[in-house]
Design a protein around this ligand. Structure first.
Ligand code: C2E
Ligand code: MG
Ligand code: MG
Ligand code: MG
Length: 291
């Protein structure tokens, strides 16, 4: 009986596995077609400076308009793109689209806005390089000094000279480097002095339970102190409440990003969203002042 049950389970597992593989293959095929059919779109999420009350930067976040399926977020397809190598052409498309958008903003007189692009760790293994980025930037006529490349700590598991050189070449283009999801990786902090990093983005896992959670508050305070002493620009991600904003502001975090300010929006929506954020932050500041 146990054997029968075992066999049934095995068959069930098999069928499930086949279904899984089929889904994966279908999904991979759909992702390839999505590139050809131009179904990806970049959304932009504002990053705001709490001293100047200005939106200083935006992060480009990919979305997939899958016909019949609505808008699909990156969590549902970036991992598979990374496994299959499709992250390489997708990453190039993201950079190209970002550079075109930067150039367009410059033309419209919006010349003080930086743009962050996420780069997956395995894009390096797949051959993505500063030379490729340079060509894309030049072709689009974008200013490389407005570009920020967001990388994660997993990039530093390999702290070889080649990895250092690879990253330095992006800096030599004039772009900046930010560590995304800071504090969630497993690599040693020594990479902060080995690699030419400009910015840290505190992961939203540390923000969610602020200001009540004392451990999270201590960790955030420590990261803020470290960013000051290492002269790294700091951005806190995932700010959803006014209390979190107030806490981070008084703790000395200069820049924030999160749903409290705005969700990621389309290029068309962005100018109005920026005006509204800057208006509400400065009126809030003058209200605080009066108290
Ligand atoms: P990330 O780079 O850490 O981007 C921030 C994510 O947090 C975004 O999710 C954003 O919508 C979300 N977020 C921002 N503020 C809040 C908040 O206040 N509360 C909550 N709950 N979430 C917030 P999204 O757009 O779904 O992207 C998820 C991840 O997918 C990104 O995390 C990034 O790792 C990856 N990704 C997105 N676009 C690209 C891309 O073009 N290339 C690559 N390689 N990865 C990308
Ligand atoms: Mg990011
Ligand atoms: Mg990330
Ligand atoms: Mg992040």
């Amino acid at each position: 009986l146990a054997k029968d049950r075992g066999r049934n389970q095995y068959q069930f597992y098999n069928a499930e596995m086949r279904e899984h593989v089929k889904n994966r293959t279908d999904m991979e095929q759909a992702l390839r077609q999505a590139l050809e059919r131009d179904e990806f779109e970049l959304y932009y999420q504002p990053i705001c400076n709490l001293e100047t009350h200005r939106v200083v930067s935006v992060e480009a976040l990919i979305r997939w308009h899958q016909p019949g399926n609505g808008i699909i977020g990156p969590g549902a397809f970036i991992p598979l793109a990374e496994e299959t190598g499709l992250i390489q052409p997708i990453g190039l498309w993201v950079l190209q689209r970002s550079c075109e958008q930067l150039q367009q903003w410059q033309e419209q007189g919006i010349d003080d806005l930086c743009l962050s692009v996420n780069v997956s760790s395995n894009q390096r293994q797949l051959g993505f390089s500063a030379q490729m980025a340079e060509k894309i930037i030049n072709d689009a006529g974008a200013d490389p000094r407005k570009l920020v490349f967001e990388i994660t700590e997993s990039m530093f598991l390999d702290s070889s000279d080649e990895a250092v050189t690879w990253l330095k070449q992006f800096k030599e283009l004039g772009a900046s480097l930010a560590i995304d999801d800071f504090g969630t990786g497993y690599s040693s902090l020594s990479y902060l002095k080995q690699f030419p990093i400009d910015k840290l983005k505190i992961d939203r896992a540390f923000v969610r339970d602020l200001p009540d959670n004392k451990e999270d508050a201590s960790l955030v305070n420590a990261i803020i102190a470290m960013s000051h002493s290492l002269n790294l620009e700091l951005i806190t991600e995932g700010v959803e409440t006014q209390e979190q904003l107030q806490y981070l502001h008084q703790a000395g975090c200069a820049n924030i990003q999160g749903f409290l300010l705005s969700k990621p929006v389309t290029a068309e929506q962005l100018p109005a969203v920026i005006r509204q954020i800057e208006f509400s932050l400065s009126s809030q500041a003058s209200a605080d002042y009066e108290i």
